[in-house]
Design a protein. Structure first.
Length: 215
């Protein structure tokens, strides 16, 4: 089972959602993201939010078309997306994909990226990926990983989330590394590229943010 979560980010930054639909895919709407899903003829199985970013008319439509809704007051400790993601993790899916979480307010963007870190810290193994029309973002804890070339996302950046990344090794990349120590704030690993069909990256300590992008 794959859970797709649609947050309320700008529509123009969304990828083609049909590419991510299919069997055993369940959609979750968050705040205005529910409205955007319905516009795309996708009915979410559940909706989360305070719905302060939709009109009364839009909210009436949402209520009439979505069977299960989790309503919250605007004054709360978690964002709507965090509430939806926590629920999704509890369902123990094979993976979680998040859409509509980029663009607009920068504080929301940083908060949404940070949400990818929490499951790593808690020892959860569910892959969580943030996707928009130009980027794919995910987080990895220490280990060794294979990464395949994508024709539409040729740039790969590795950004430290923790203060230190130890023994970072990149193989199969245009700019390889071997057992390098990378500190938070470093731009050493921005805009790398694969030189073959796949490469590997590994590190012994820390948490890395991996961003795959295209111009």
């Amino acid at each position: 089972m794959i859970i797709n979560i649609m947050a309320g980010g700008p529509e123009e930054l969304l990828p083609n959602l049909n590419k991510y639909n299919g069997k055993n895919v369940f959609w979750v709407g968050v705040d205005r993201g529910v409205h955007n899903l319905l516009k795309a003829n996708i009915k979410p199985m559940i909706a989360f939010g305070d719905f302060d970013s939709v009109t009364e008319e839009e909210f009436t439509e949402i209520e009439s078309k979505v069977n299960e809704m989790k309503l919250y007051k605007p004054e709360k400790d978690e964002t709507d997306l965090e509430l939806a993601l926590n629920w999704a993790v509890e369902q123990e899916p094979d993976s979680i994909r998040i859409f509509g979480a980029t663009g607009g307010r920068i504080d929301h963007l940083f908060a949404n990226v940070q949400l990818l870190v929490n499951p790593i810290i808690e020892g959860k193994s569910i892959p969580i990926i943030l996707i928009d029309c130009q980027n794919i973002v995910f987080v990895k804890g220490s280990g060794s990983y294979k990464i395949e070339k994508m024709s539409d996302k040729k740039y790969i950046s590795f950004i430290p989330v923790t203060f230190n990344i130890k023994d970072l090794t990149l193989q199969g990349f245009k700019y390889p590394l071997k057992n390098r120590h990378i500190s938070i704030g470093s731009t050493l690993c921005i805009s790398n590229e694969l030189i073959s069909d796949y490469g590997t990256f590994s590190f012994s300590e820390g948490i890395l943010l991996v961003i795959r992008s295209d111009d």
